[in-house]
Design a protein around this ligand. Structure first.
Ligand SMILES: [Zn+2]
Length: 249
């Protein structure tokens, strides 16, 4: 039998399977994203009770199987405290989006320690403070960087110059960053015009940990549009949680 392995993990999604089992997808600190089956999860209160729900931080114990994607989850211990989302609709909406985006930007069996770290800190921050657009944008930019997509909002992707205050810059999805007004003729049609102040806000949000989102400025609707366009270009599906979240802010 393969050895039991253990890691800190956050439950991204879970569903009942057959009479008594649960299939769970988690983002782990050590092993990237894992999906596993918890046999008898509904009956075994001692091993699993309420620990295999979305948002749960757990210490996961599992064994790999010789074949197949699903690992055997042998037990789960309570890890760090879960964020207290309570009945706060905005927190639940943003938290659900955080889980879904983390799921979409990671793949099974690929290392994802940075994404785990970003998600863990984001959920902790979400539990502690008010939900803001800056928090959402900070999460998106930090998670994108952890997934290998560091977006550039401080310097022109073509000439490298920082943009002087007052003008506008243009976010080009294919370049993963901005071009300045001078270089714009070299950029494709369809670039997102960003007020300089919003490009600066995005640069600050991208450079700071999410705990700082509460003291940073949000990047406004053009900033949100730039991030949304970039996400749409790399995701193969529309996220279920995004429409409701967009209706809130
Ligand atoms: Zn330029």
């Amino acid at each position: 039998m393969p050895a039991e392995e253990t890691t800190a993990a956050i439950v991204l999604r879970a569903r009942d399977y057959s009479e008594s089992d649960r299939i769970v997808t988690l983002l782990t600190r050590e092993f990237g994203k894992l999906s596993g089956i918890a046999k008898g999860a509904k009956a075994s209160r001692r091993r699993f009770e309420r620990k295999l729900e979305p948002f749960s931080h757990v210490n996961l114990f599992f064994r790999r199987r010789p074949q197949g994607q699903l690992v055997f989850i042998t037990r789960a211990e309570a890890g760090e405290a879960m964020p207290r989302l309570e009945d706060d609709l905005a927190k639940i909406a943003l938290g659900s989006y955080m889980l879904e985006l983390a799921d979409a930007l990671t793949s099974e069996e690929a290392e994802a320690a940075d994404a785990y770290e970003v998600l863990a800190r984001a959920l902790g921050t979400l539990g502690g403070g008010a939900v803001t657009l800056a928090m959402r944008q900070s999460f998106e930019l930090n998670l994108l960087r952890a997934a290998g997509f560091g977006l550039e909002f401080a310097h022109c992707r073509i000439c490298g110059l920082g943009e002087a205050a007052g003008g506008a810059v243009y976010f080009v999805v294919a370049r993963g960053g901005i071009v300045c007004a001078r270089c714009r003729p070299q950029a494709p049609e369809g670039a997102v015009r960003l007020a300089a102040i919003n490009a600066a806000a995005l640069a600050a949000l991208a450079a700071a940990p999410i705990e700082d989102a509460a003291i940073l400025t949000q990047a406004g609707s053009d900033g949100a549009l730039a991030i949304a366009r970039f996400l749409a270009s790399i995701l193969d599906r529309k996220l279920r949680s995004v429409e409701f979240l967009d209706s809130l802010f």
